[in-house]
Write a protein that binds this ligand. Structure first.
Ligand code: FUB
Length: 741
């Protein structure tokens, strides 16, 4: 698993094995080649835990001994593959960027700049050549060195060295490609003493950007708001003692930090020092060296750095180059990243240069989960579903994997709180729903709220017919409270062809049967109604209409009935015709009178809970007038049963526990809403956890970890919904044994 050969620190008696990521440090078996007659203990080739230094004793043929420590380290550095120097690190949004010099050429004669991006400071993606001096810059062709970047007003300004002059290029993206902004240097060779190299731009909280640069001398000048010009009269020299090149300025807690490289980049003593000051231009007080070589790890020439603050945190990192490990020098350098830490007094602690670089898990995560919703079935062309719909929401995080999303649903039967959702959401009742969804990863990055809209209309429209006896015309009207009425059709005297209704229908002098029905925008077609229009002649007789609900109380989703009797006063002529029963505007029952003038009508199971006042209409016929009456019906909510289970009732200390809550009701009754799980840890304390029930009435509710040996219990509460009553589960007791030993 070695990434580079073992690093042997002869004076320190230390051997470091720089291994590749994924190597198991705790079970390594190094082998040693020994001189004749020599021995080593532990023996060559025996497995050892090398995650910490292990002492080996070598005994020569002459009996002399020497001890060494051997340890393995995961070598994540360099963070950029290959030879790159002078790294400028930056963050834009949730992405980190590195802009280095392409190294490995005699006399630093490279010509191209690459950009690299990363979400974790560990894994970097080469975004390709973002500026190529040959084709892209007319005034210089070689020595492409040490760039830096600054953003303003949606543009990204890339400051670079070319033939020891400073240029500036601009792009719409931090990943370029950049275009030379001026067609000439921003700071030409000879403009000031020393080399015009190593630009750095710092933007202060008042919005002013400052350009720093220089080799041998350090300069600063405020940039004009266009970022590509400055007033030469404002250039100041700020060269601190020991300064060579590589200026970098940042601010923390009101203090400005100016850091730079000392010595020559070809010298293994190339290093970073810093000063602090009260303004971006000083005056500066030198504080000392913060980064230098560590020969015990083979790390040399540590310099030309830049500093990054992870947004929203006080976590800081330093990017810098060193001689490539192994065998590098001042033109064969590689880029790495380590932590930069501050003491309580604001001074910078000495940076520990490492081979490991930073493990991804310690870098604050800037990336929120990615959320996705799938609505089943696919949306109908009308935009209205005519039955139940499921919305499945998934969330995946780059670090945490699958994350439980949260939903907030507005629509019939839902509260407006955010709730975790562990299965597909079921939407059943007529109406318009907005399902908002989001997800939050462990560190607290929340995905932007997205939403889907679902519109359900599973109920047909209701139409009515009115006969104008004087004009002998029938007017048809209709309503559909959900998707709206799309149209009405009719046929006369049992004809099989439907005609679209557009205006009152003339019926002539003869008795006529008008059959009619409505269709709504969702495509629901009403069961056809009939109006018996009498022949022109004497008026029709009134009837007595009586209707009773049997039983007078039903449970939601049970089928109730209505008994209807229509009594006419024309001796011997029993009333005929149709009966319709409405709950508000919704048709909930339909039937025809039998020969005795009675009908038993089975009601729809969808009548919602509550005290309903049903409207019963008799259509009338050629001898009898239409009539209507009302009756009371009590619909009570359906019962529910709540159960809570856990995969194991005995769990070790530290194990997370997820309760499965299941709420059931009568057949055909959808259980909707949220559930609460209470965790009782004994001693009277309890914690509450809620989640959204999925389409099957199930929720998986994380209730924390088994914190300490003992027992705790869980109980689930379903608060009920418009259609289902509340219920409480039994207790589930969980045992947490005392760990052995
Ligand atoms: O990479 C070329 C030059 O070497 C840089 O401009 C200096 O800072 C030094 O690192």
């Amino acid at each position: 698993g070695l990434k580079v050969p073992a690093i042997v620190d002869e004076p320190g008696g230390r051997v470091v094995l720089p291994v590749k990521e994924g190597t198991a440090l705790t079970a390594l078996a190094p082998t040693f080649t020994l001189s004749p007659g020599a021995t080593i203990a532990p023996a060559s080739g025996t497995a050892r835990d090398l995650s910490r230094p292990v002492t080996y004793t070598a005994t020569g043929a002459d009996g002399k001994t020497r001890t060494w420590t051997v340890e393995a380290q995961v070598m994540r550095s360099p963070v950029l593959p290959g030879l790159y120097a002078d790294p400028n690190i930056a963050v834009f949004g949730d992405t980190y960027y590195l802009y280095p010099t392409t190294d490995g050429f005699p006399g630093w004669s490279g010509t191209q700049f690459h950009a690299f991006s990363s979400s974790d400071l560990v894994h970097w993606t080469d975004r390709g050549v973002v500026l190529d001096l040959g084709p892209d810059v007319s005034w210089a062709d070689a020595r492409a060195w040490a760039p830096t970047i600054a953003a303003r007003n949606g543009k990204y300004y890339f400051y670079f060295c070319a033939d020891a002059q400073l240029g500036v290029a601009v792009a719409d993206s931090p990943a370029g490609p950049f275009k030379d902004a001026l067609g000439k240097p921003l700071v030409a060779a000879g403009a000031y003493p020393g080399q015009m190299i190593d630009p750095d731009v710092f933007t202060d909280t008042d919005g002013t950007s400052y350009l720093y640069w220089g080799n041998g001398n350090a300069y600063v000048v405020p940039l004009n708001p266009d970022m590509v010009s400055f007033d030469p009269a404002k250039v100041r020299t700020i060269t601190p003692a020991g300064y060579n090149e590589g200026s970098f300025v940042f601010r923390r807690k009101g203090t400005y930090y100016f850091s730079w490289s000392e010595n020559d980049t070809r010298d293994e003593n190339y290093r970073v020092a810093y000063a602090t000051g009260p303004t971006p231009t000083g005056p500066w007080t030198k504080r000392g060296v913060i980064l230098s070589k560590d020969l015990s790890l083979g790390i040399k020439g540590t310099g030309h750095h830049s500093v990054l603050q992870v947004p929203g945190t006080d976590d800081w990192y330093i990017a810098y180059h060193r001689f490539a490990v192994p065998g590098g020098d001042g033109t064969h350098r590689e880029t790495t990243v380590d932590r930069l830490e501050f003491a309580d007094d604001g001074t910078i602690k000495a940076v520990v240069p490492t081979l490991t670089s930073v493990p991804p898990e310690i870098v604050p995560d800037l990336t929120p989960p990615v959320t996705h919703a799938v609505v089943t079935p696919a949306a109908p062309a009308s935009g209205w579903y005519r039955g139940a719909v499921q919305v499945a929401v998934t969330a995946t995080d780059d670090r945490d994997g699958a994350v439980v999303p949260e939903v907030r649903v507005t629509g019939p039967g839902f509260g407006a709180d955010w709730q975790p959702l562990t299965g597909p959401l079921g939407l059943t009742a007529d109406g318009e729903y907005t399902v908002q969804f989001r997800a939050t990863d462990r560190i607290g990055n929340t995905a932007p709220v997205q939403s889907v809209t679902v519109r359900i209309d599973a109920t047909a429209p209701v139409t009515q017919a009115a006969f104008d006896a004087a004009a002998r015309r029938v007017t048809l009207t209709g309503t559909d409270p959900t998707s709206g009425l799309a149209g009405i059709q009719y046929s006369l005297d049992g004809g099989t062809t439907w005609t679209a209704y557009t205006a009152p229908v003339p019926v002539g002098a003869t008795a006529t049967t008008v059959t009619y029905r409505g269709t709504d925008r969702a495509g629901n077609v009403e069961v056809a109604n009939q109006l018996e229009v009498p022949a022109a002649g004497p008026d029709r007789a009134p009837v007595t209409l009586t209707a009773t609900a049997e039983p007078a109380q039903i449970t939601y989703r049970d089928a109730g009935t209505v008994r209807v009797t229509v009594v006419g006063n024309l001796g011997g002529a029993t009333a005929q015709g149709s009966i319709r029963v409405f709950d508000a505007d919704v048709l909930v029952g339909i039937g025809r009178l039998d020969r005795k003038g009675t009908a038993t009508i089975t009601l729809d199971r969808t009548i919602p809970p509550g005290r309903r006042s049903l409207h019963v209409t008799y259509s009338g016929e050629r001898r009898y007038l239409p009539a209507q009456t009302r009756l009371a019906l009590l619909v009570v909510r359906a019962p529910s049963t709540t159960t809570v289970t856990v995969p194991e009732t005995t769990v070790p200390v530290g194990q997370p526990v997820v309760a499965e809550v299941r709420v059931t009701s009568a057949p055909g009754v959808a259980v909707q809403g949220t559930v609460e799980v209470r965790r009782y840890d004994g001693g009277g304390g309890w914690w509450s956890f809620t989640a959204q029930l999925d389409a099957n009435g199930v929720a998986h509710v994380p209730v924390g970890r088994a914190e300490r040996p003992g027992t705790f219990s869980l109980r689930a509460f379903y608060p009920g919904s418009d259609t289902v009553v509340s219920s409480i589960s039994g207790n589930v007791r969980i045992t947490v044994p005392t760990p052995k030993g």
